[in-house]
Ligand binder design. Structure first.
Ligand code: ADP
Ligand code: ADP
Length: 226
């Protein structure tokens, strides 16, 4: 686990769009931070800069002690979950969960242990031998989350992970995400345009608008005031 600190972070895209404007944000060790705001406010760009999928135009990003400005994603010790699950279609659930660990040449017994723990936590025990095509959308998203969990990264970064799911599934996935965070306590940055998700998931919520930080506070302070 690690804190994530953004200091005066800018993003100017080719063509001159200033997607993120001097963003200062400290995500504490173990905190669940939600970035929320209307489409185009810069939340995905901010997340992708933390992940290293997008270069920053100015400022600094620290993950833990490390200044990561120029580190590629694989050296940032983070795991990302996207709205399209990006599972390997020819592999079973179990193989999808294990794949990243096998690449790292982790011992088989440790891989098995982590895969079983993740499957249990996410309610995937009965589906380990199935392929993604034989799963529901919610189950696929659980597999995608499982792949992030098994790596035991310093931070989880999630970009609208529930937005392809129907309303009922979103409710149960929010509950699972809350449980997962309670169990693992991993520093999490979660992007959504959905205020309900922001309220129910965030320890704190960061509201962005036109690339600018508007407010950062607990959901209670932001949304529950009369
Ligand atoms: P959000 O995630 O809040 O919807 P984004 O971070 O995707 O917002 O986009 C912020 C702004 O940057 C928008 O004006 C968007 O059009 C622009 N933008 C995003 N990606 C690119 C890109 N690759 N090239 C140019 N402009 C982009
Ligand atoms: P790691 O744990 O090392 O990130 P992953 O299993 O998550 O390993 O994926 C390795 C790479 O393959 C990542 O860059 C990921 O985005 C990409 N990837 C994952 N699933 C698919 C897929 N179904 N098709 C194409 N690329 C994928």
């Amino acid at each position: 686990m690690a804190s994530i600190v953004l200091t005066n972070v800018d993003k100017v895209y080719a063509g001159g769009v200033k997607a993120v404007n001097s963003l200062n944000l400290e995500i504490k060790d173990g905190e669940f931070m939600v970035l929320v705001g209307p489409s185009g406010c810069g939340k995905s760009t901010a997340l992708r800069m933390i992940a290293g999928l997008e270069d920053i135009s100015g400022g600094e990003i620290h993950i833990g002690e490390k200044q990561v400005n120029h580190l590629p994603p694989k050296d940032r010790d983070i795991a990302m979950v996207f709205q399209n699950y990006a599972l390997y279609p020819h592999m079973t659930v179990e193989e999808n969960l294990a794949f990243g660990l096998k690449l790292r040449k982790m011992p088989k017994t440790e891989i098995q242990k982590r895969v079983n723990e993740a499957a249990k936590m996410l309610g995937l025990d009965q589906y380990l031998k199935r392929k993604p095509a034989a799963l529901s959308g919610g189950q696929r998203q659980r597999v995608a989350m499982g792949r992030a969990i098994v790596r035991e990264p310093q931070a989880f970064l999630m970009d609208e992970p529930l937005s392809n799911l129907d309303a009922k599934l979103r409710v149960s996935m929010r509950a699972s995400l809350n449980q997962m965070h309670e169990r693992l306590g991993v520093t999490t940055v979660y992007v959504t345009h959905d205020q309900v998700e922001a309220m129910t998931l965030g320890d704190r919520v960061c509201v962005l608008r036109d690339g600018l930080l508007q407010q950062v506070d607990t959901p209670q302070n932001l949304f529950d005031k009369p």
